[in-house]
Design a binder for this molecule. Structure first.
Ligand code: NAG
Length: 278
């Protein structure tokens, strides 16, 4: 399925020459790759940099960001989400243009907690040149609080592919030829945060965060960036597409619970143009 690298166009090649391939074949060290940016000691790097934990209590949430900026790449992170009654908590994991402004690009995974025994919602969105409103939501086919699972953003000049345990769940194609902006000029950083969003995440505040369960903890391990870091040397960046159309269709058919592309109430004048391109 994967078209050869030679199909990259020349503009893309030029961009690619501006960045360096950093292949990190084993899990890298959180101390070396990330800064804790929010929440003080609520965020902790443990086990010699192999494990990172974010926590949320009544006082605050916590968060971290990558030291590097990336332009294209395959970025894997393993997460184990807040267990038990996690309703109202949101674990956000995303890459975003570092100088957040009106034309920012952003690729989001957000995990909306739920009452014990009820499923998480995996919420996704993608902003290009400041335009978002492209939400798709999924259920997961496993309990994401028991073990670590791998969440991947594969970002190359032709696609942004979201993957869960190697299975593609969403494919945002480069449709610049149809006038739809694609993130390809602005390097992005990796961000994650654990925060309280009971007003938003639980159907408009229907269910309140149960603070007696605090602190809420989400854990991270095995960060692997097969990516280009911005501002160094040269290279080809993240290789190949991992799309398997068939597997993606399976997820979308069985686990997708919201798709902006089919939300006619929200877009009475017609759904956004990328939705009508097969
Ligand atoms: C929580 O679970 C209920 C019951 O399955 C579901 O309707 C709801 O959408 C879930 N909420 C979130 C935030 O995932």
């Amino acid at each position: 399925m994967a078209p050869p690298a030679s199909s990259y166009n020349s503009v893309t090649s030029l961009i690619l020459v501006l960045c360096t391939l950093i292949v990190i074949s084993c899990a890298s060290n959180f101390n070396q790759e990330f800064d804790i940016t929010w929440g003080g000691s609520r965020a902790q790097v443990l086990n010699n940099g192999q494990l990172l934990k974010l926590s949320l209590d009544r006082g605050s949430g916590s968060g971290f960001q990558s030291k590097n900026e990336y332009l294209f790449g395959k970025i894997d992170m393993q997460l184990k989400l807040v267990p038990g009654n996690s309703a109202g908590t949101v674990t956000a994991y995303y890459v975003c243009e570092a100088h957040y402004g009106p034309t920012h690009d952003e690729i989001d995974f957000e995990f909306l907690g739920n009452l014990s025994g009820d499923p998480y919602t995996l919420h996704t969105n993608i902003f290009t040149q400041g335009k978002g409103n492209r939400e798709q939501q999924f259920r997961l086919w496993f309990d994401p609080t028991i073990n670590f699972h791998t969440y991947t953003i594969l970002w190359n000049p032709r696609h942004v592919i979201y993957m869960v345990d190697g299975i593609p769940i969403r494919d945002f194609k480069n449709l610049e030829s149809r006038g739809i902006a694609f993130p390809k000029n602005q390097p992005m950083r990796i961000y994650s945060s654990l925060w309280d969003a009971e007003d938003w995440a639980t159907r408009g505040g229907l269910i309140k965060t149960d603070w007696s369960q605090a602190p809420f903890i989400a854990s991270y391990q095995n960060f692997i960036a097969d990516a280009c870091t911005w501002s160094f040397g040269t290279s080809t960046c993240a290789s190949g597409d991992a799309t398997s159309e068939e597997r993606m269709r399976w997820v979308q058919k069985n686990y997708m619970i919201y798709n902006y592309c089919t939300d006619m109430k929200r877009f009475p004048q017609g759904v956004p143009p990328e939705c009508s391109v097969a």
